[in-house]
Design a protein around this ligand. Structure first.
Ligand SMILES: [Zn+2]
Ligand SMILES: [Zn+2]
Length: 176
């Protein structure tokens, strides 16, 4: 496989992972079954880890397998490239979601670009809802316009909206 084809496969894998993460988050993690792990992420965390981290552990497995298979198992280059794409999505997801939005590691990054502000605000709106039902914005690297999400949240039945901090979304646009 040429470098160019490899890079195209890598990029396609990263994009597909976002689509996959959206579907998983919306239809599995917020389903009765998946909520058993994901609920911990919609609650205050005490300590370093939360049950929801198990999802990341589960999705590291196919990535490691693909890279290993591509490099040592004779599966071909496609496996290495797509495994690297899954791993790269994991890194972007961790950096954006866990570090920047949830502050699990200390950082001084202030979202400045329009796009960056939008995905951060959108995910904060996702967390404005503590209940399994009625949340908005399930994607991580893509989010609909924030105004549209706020409207959806207002009209959302079954959402138990967080009283104080999560619900006030306007503060998140100010530099920290
Ligand atoms: Zn969620
Ligand atoms: Zn989150």
């Amino acid at each position: 496989m040429s470098w160019l084809a490899g890079l195209a496969l890598f990029t396609a894998t990263v994009l597909l992972m976002e689509a996959f993460a959206y579907v998983l988050h919306r239809f599995v993690m917020h389903s009765k079954l998946g909520w058993a792990w994901h609920e911990s992420h919609h609650r205050e965390r005490d300590g370093w880890f939360e049950k929801n981290d198990l999802y990341a552990v589960v999705f590291a497995v196919p990535s490691i397998l693909l890279i290993w298979g591509g490099m040592n198992g004779g599966w071909g280059d496609w496996a290495t490239w797509s495994g690297a794409g899954v791993a790269f999505y994991g890194i972007i997801y961790f950096g954006f979601h866990d570090v920047i939005v949830h502050g699990r590691l200390p950082h001084r990054i202030v979202p400045r670009s329009h796009y960056f502000k939008r995905i951060v605000q959108a995910h904060k709106l996702h967390h404005a809802v503590e209940s399994r039902d009625g949340a908005v914005s399930y994607g991580f690297l893509y989010a609909p316009p924030v105004e549209r999400l706020k409207q959806a949240l207002k009209g959302s039945a079954g959402a138990r909206v967080r009283a104080a901090k999560g619900a006030s979304t306007d503060r998140s646009s100010e530099p920290a």
